[in-house]
Every structure is written in structure tokens, then in C-alpha cells.
Design a protein around this ligand. Structure first.
Ligand code: ACO
Length: 414
């Protein structure tokens, strides 16, 4: 039997004891704040500084998100994230062709999806289908670098199809196949609605996909890297990432924004609603705040402007106006900036997209970043295994089951 340490000071590692048994200062970094948990050459977030009025900045492999949002396409960004540089014309043609040719889901997976409960949320469906696709991937059990690149390509190509197939199936409609020549944004809107999107809708979605494609060690990407670092397979790592994205503190926030705007209802109700919400202990206004950005989120300005332009075209600026007002109140009351989720909500709303597809659209984009990070993790791997600060009792003696109730009652009395 291994020896049992009886005193915190005898513990071989892990810093001082705290909590129930220890008296030392906590050394744990709650939420891993400010911890550099690994190296990456894919993406960097410069947090900025609100006191000095320095805006946040975001680069993908050295290219500023401003440059990419204004000039690139999502497919160029996908190539950049996977292959370390922007593609040449022929490389771009190749990545577009490969994505276009790999969008279809295996018929067995579609048959299975037909049996899912019709009220399953699209994010739960994505999580289940990504996992299932691992069973049908032609290189599922192969873990060479080439096979992993192929899996990254297939998953990125299939993600829009998962979302649109589910949206049609749950309405009792048959799925529509994209045309191989269509871009990701175009294919997504086409498979969703069954008609060619307008240029404005396609470019708006394309820019949104560029803005969401990667974000360093965000929660879902980190989850993917933790799973990949055990040398588990790509489908498992992406399944972990999808699970993390579902949460309202991460990808789920954009849906929360629309629910909030709908609940507020009218522009004149914004101020009392937000002030009242902020009174609540630990209250969170969805679409605000960020772990890394202290200055502005560089992605938000593009979504704010696209949301305004779409609203103007449709002569309906209500949600945009309410959103601007919320932004002003949040700055005045909490000096907190809007994040990427805030205006992506009103942008997608103005595109007529169903609210519960907002987070799935995030996944349609972020799959590029997830897979780039998984490939990077595989290429220079060490298992990710931090320490925990122990906050429980240090030693207890085994109590036979017959005596436990009595011991528990005695414990309650004392
Ligand atoms: N609404 C109100 N107050 C907020 C908000 C918010 N959305 N976000 C942060 N704050 C306040 C907190 O109350 C806290 O103030 P205090 O110091 O006076 O108590 C301070 O800002 C720091 O907040 P933390 O929760 O410590 O920040 P943390 O880094 O842990 O969390 C997070 C970041 C999860 C993004 C948080 O800001 C939040 O919950 N935002 C709302 C959800 C959201 O929009 N998520 C999307 C993030 S972007 C993305 O994942 C794509």
C-alpha cells in the first residue's frame, strides 16, 4: 500500500494546502486567468487597455483581423490557419474545391439524424454528429499527419451541412446538397434556404466567418487541445470543443443577446431593463466582457457596422438602436465593452437566420481554428495536465458502512 501523507507540509507537490484543511494563501489561478498554458503560432489576442484607450487587436498568423475582414475570404483564412500563410491563387482554388467536394454527410448519418428528437438543439446535434462522423470517416483509425489534415478538411467542409441538414430535417424537409463551386458562406445559406443567397447576405456571413475563425486559447479551442494532447483522435477533440462552445459564457452568448433584445421589446425600455439587471448579484449582460480584451474587441466593430447596414437596407434599425443604447449604458455603468457575440446577434437576425443557429454558425467558422490547433498540438505534443490546489480534508479514516449514518448524525449535531 502506498504511504499516506498525514500533514500538508509532507505533500510532495502542489503548493500549500488551503480550504478545509489548510491555512496557506491560495496560489491557484481561478479560471486560468493570465496563465500562459502553451505555445501557438496560429493566433494572438492583444487585450488592449481601457484606461489608456488602447483597442484590442487580433492577428491570425501575423495578419491583422482588420486586413482579413476587409480583404480576405473565409477560405483564404482557412488555408492561412492550416498552412501558415495566405494561399496562392491555385492553392485557394484547391482548398475551395476540396471543401466543396467534401460537404456531403454519409447517408447513414443522415438516416440517424432523422431519428433524433425534433426538438434537439442544433448545438446538441452538432456535438452528436461530429462524434458519429468519426465512426464513418474513411481514415477514422489512421493518425498520420496526412490523415489528420484530411479529417480537418472533411470536418470543416461538413460542419455547415450538419447545421443546415438538421434545420431542414426538424422542419420535415429534405436536406439540400450544396454545389461544389459554392463558398462556405454561400453553401450554408443555399443549403439552409434552398435558394441562392444575395451578394450582401453571402459577404456578410463570409466576414462573420472570418471574424470567428480563431481566437487563441479560448475555452473551446483549449478543450480541443486538451483532448488532442492525450493523442486522442480529431473527431473526439472537436467533439470536446463543440461541448465547450455550447455554454452561454462562450458561444451561446449570441443567442442570449437576441433573447434579451426580444425580452426588452422597445427602445425606451432598454435603460430600465439593463439598470435593473445590473443590480442583480453576479448579473451578466450577454455579449459583454471578455477574459482577455480590456480594450475593445476588434471583431465587434465589423459586426456593429454590418448590423447597421443590414438594418438600414431593411428599414428596421430597432435592434441595432437598442444595441447601441445597451453599449452606452454598459460603458457608463461598468466600463465594459461589447464582445464579438453582441452584434453578431443582430447581424444574423437581420439576415433572417433562426436564433438557435447563431451558435452553430460560430461552429461553422471556428472549426477551422479548432482543427488548426489540433494539428499544431499533434505536431509538438505534450499531455496537458496541470495541478489542482487541493481544498478538501487531508486525512480521514475509513468508516464501515454500518457506522456511517451514526457518524453523519454525530457530525450534524456537533
Ligand atoms: N455583464 C455585467 N458585468 C460583467 C460582464 C457582463 N457581461 N462581464 C464581466 N462583468 C464584470 C463582472 O461583474 C466583474 O465585475 P466586478 O469585478 O465588479 O465583480 C468584472 O466584469 C470581471 O468579470 P469576470 O466574470 O471576472 O470576467 P471573466 O474573465 O471571468 O469572464 C466572460 C469573461 C465569461 C466573457 C464574462 O465577461 C461574461 O460572462 N460575459 C457574458 C457572456 C458573454 O458575452 N460571453 C461571450 C464571450 S466572447 C466568446 O466567448 C466568443
Amino acid at each position: 500500500m502506498p504511504a499516506t501523507a498525514t500533514d500538508p507540509k509532507d505533500q510532495p507537490k502542489g503548493g500549500q494546502a488551503t480550504g478545509a484543511a489548510g491555512a496557506g494563501q491560495s496560489t491557484a489561478k481561478e479560471g486560468l486567468q493570465d496563465v500562459i498554458a502553451g505555445r501557438t503560432a496560429i493566433c494572438h489576442v492583444f487585450g488592449g487597455d481601457k484606461e489608456k484607450n488602447y483597442p484590442g487587436r487580433l492577428i491570425y498568423r501575423g495578419y491583422d483581423i482588420d486586413d482579413l475582414a476587409q480583404h480576405a475570404t473565409f477560405e483564404e483564412v482557412v488555408h492561412l490557419l492550416w498552412h501558415d500563410d495566405l494561399p496562392t491563387r491555385s492553392q485557394l482554388d484547391q482548398v475551395k474545391q476540396q471543401l466543396g467536394q467534401n460537404r456531403a454527410l454519409p447517408s447513414e448519418v443522415i438516416d440517424l439524424m432523422r431519428r433524433f428528437p425534433k426538438d434537439a438543439t442544433p448545438m446538441d446535434v452538432i456535438r452528436s454528429v461530429v462524434s458519429t462522423l468519426g465512426l464513418f470517416d474513411p481514415e477514422g483509425a489512421v493518425d498520420t499527419t496526412e490523415a489528420n489534415h484530411n479529417k480537418a478538411l472533411r470536418l470543416t467542409a461538413q460542419m455547415p451541412t450538419i447545421v443546415t441538414t438538421w434545420h431542414r430535417l426538424r422542419q420535415g424537409k429534405d436536406p439540400i446538397q450544396a454545389k461544389p463551386s459554392q463558398s462556405t458562406a454561400e453553401a450554408f445559406l443555399y443549403m439552409l434556404n434552398g435558394e441562392e443567397p444575395t451578394d450582401v447576405a453571402e459577404r456578410t456571413l463570409d466576414v462573420a466567418l472570418i471574424l470567428h475563425a480563431d481566437h487563441e486559447f479560448n475555452a473551446s479551442t483549449f478543450a480541443a487541445r486538451v483532448t488532442a494532447a492525450t493523442l486522442s483522435d480529431m473527431h473526439s477533440a472537436v467533439t470536446s470543443a463543440v461541448g465547450a462552445l455550447i455554454g452561454p459564457l462562450h458561444g451561446g452568448a449570441n443567442e442570449g443577446v437576441i433573447h434579451m433584445l426580444q425580452e426588452i421589446g422597445e427602445p425606451e425600455k432598454v435603460e430600465p431593463f439593463i439598470l435593473d439587471k445590473l443590480k442583480g448579484r453576479g448579473a451578466r449582460i450577454m455579449g459583454f466582457g471578455h477574459r482577455v480584451y480590456r480594450g475593445t474587441d476588434p471583431r465587434a466593430q465589423y459586426l456593429r457596422e454590418m448590423s447597421r447596414q443590414l438594418g438600414e437596407r431593411q428599414k428596421d434599425l430597432k435592434f441595432w438602436t437598442m444595441s447601441r443604447n445597451i453599449e452606452e449604458i454598459m460603458w457608463r455603468e461598468k466600463t465594459i465593452h461589447a464582445n464579438v457575440d453582441f452584434y453578431s446577434a443582430s447581424t444574423y437576425w437581420a439576415l433572417g437566420l433562426p436564433t438557435d443557429l447563431f451558435t452553430p454558425i460560430f461552429a461553422v467558422s471556428r472549426i477551422a481554428g479548432w482543427t488548426a490547433h489540433i494539428l499544431e498540438q499533434y505536431s509538438d505534443n505534450r499531455i496537458i495536465r496541470p495541478l489542482a490546489e487541493y481544498a478538501g480534508p487531508w486525512q480521514r479514516s475509513y468508516v464501515p458502512i454500518e457506522q456511517r449514518e451514526q457518524t453523519a448524525q454525530e457530525g450534524k449535531k456537533s
